[in-house]
Write a protein that binds this ligand. Structure first.
Ligand SMILES: C[C@H](O)[C@H](O)[C@H]1CNC2=NC(N)=NC(=O)C2=N1
Length: 100
């Protein structure tokens, strides 16, 4: 199931397929710091991700300061990481290319 909590081995495999994402100390989230050229690119990225997240019915915890966006992904209902978090991470990495 897509909303089923992943075990440590699955998390480590999925994480190794990504770049720039790290596991938080408590093991329940992955996070990444994105840096863009300017605020417009950062906000364009967030807009695209917001629409993708809504379609996926899976939403990021994030914050933006000028040209930086900090993203933390976790599945609240599973109290940990699920396949959905990794799907959203892949979508976000793809959105970076479109923002440029
Ligand atoms: C009803 C709806 O499917 C749920 O509330 C979804 C919405 N988005 C979500 N996003 C995240 N990150 N975790 C959730 O558990 C979650 N649940």
């Amino acid at each position: 199931m897509i909303r089923q909590k992943l075990d440590a081995a699955a998390i480590s495999t999925r994480l190794s397929e990504l770049q720039g994402w790290t596991l938080t100390d408590d093991g329940t989230s992955i996070e990444k710091h994105f840096v863009f050229r300017n605020f417009s690119e950062a906000f364009g990225f967030m807009t695209q991700c917001a629409l993708a997240a809504e379609k996926l019915d899976h939403h990021p915890e994030w914050s933006n300061v000028y040209r930086k966006v900090h993203v933390k992904l976790t599945t609240h209902s599973a109290d940990g990481l699920t396949e959905l978090d990794f799907q959203l991470a892949v979508l976000m990495d793809r959105a970076v290319r479109d923002a440029a």
